[in-house]
Design a protein around this ligand. Sequence first.
Ligand SMILES: Nc1ncnc2c1ncn2[C@@H]1O[C@H](COP(=O)(O)OP(=O)(O)O)[C@@H](O)[C@H]1O
Ligand SMILES: O=C(O)C1=C[C@@H](OP(=O)(O)O)[C@@H](O)[C@H](O)C1
Ligand SMILES: [Mg+2]
Length: 173
Amino acid sequence: MIISLIGYMGCGKSTTGKDLAKTLGYEFIDLDHYIENKYELSVSEIFDKFGELGFRKREKETLLEVLQKTNVVLSLGGGTPVYYDNIDVINANSISIFLRVQLPQLVKRLENKKHTRPLIAHLKDDELMEFIAKHLFERNHFYQKAKYTLNIANQNSSEVLNQIMEILKKEKI
Ligand SMILES: Nc1ncnc2c1ncn2[C@@H]1O[C@H](COP(=O)(O)OP(=O)(O)O)[C@@H](O)[C@H]1O
Ligand SMILES: O=C(O)C1=C[C@@H](OP(=O)(O)O)[C@@H](O)[C@H](O)C1
Ligand SMILES: [Mg+2]
């Protein structure tokens, strides 16, 4: 079984995924970290060297590779479900959960975490809100295809973890 976490940058996929894997005794895979190890380059370096399209191709190839595994919690990148037929492949091979965090919280969380994220690294803090609002509007359509959506207001990561465990009870996991 694979549990995949999807949602916008800053929604907590990497943080919550790690805790969830520990709780379930599953392997934890963060797709970005997996790509960085595989290609021996950071996500930012891949964007610089090969452009966004070069990153998306490597991301797709790596997604297909990790979806062959089992007993994994898979934290995806914010853009993974948005390209090619990735969302259909994700849904066919895992239980997908969309971590839905509201715009103001995303902006707050990303303000000091921009530098490792090439799509927003160049933005000034006062440009983040407008960029993310538009970007979310384009991407929500894909995120909403997840099997489950978890609405996160101010829950901390352990509260989010408990809510995911409630979802997984329905799946008998
Ligand atoms: N439930 C939460 N409440 C508050 N901050 C959180 C929560 N989950 C994650 N964060 C913080 O938000 C930032 C982005 O989290 P991260 O797990 O890297 O997101 P993603 O992988 O979805 O981009 C980090 O600084 C993390 O500590
Ligand atoms: O939203 C995106 O397109 C991206 C999100 C990042 O992952 P996080 O969502 O974990 O920040 C990373 O894959 C890359 O910078 C592109
Ligand atoms: Mg992440």
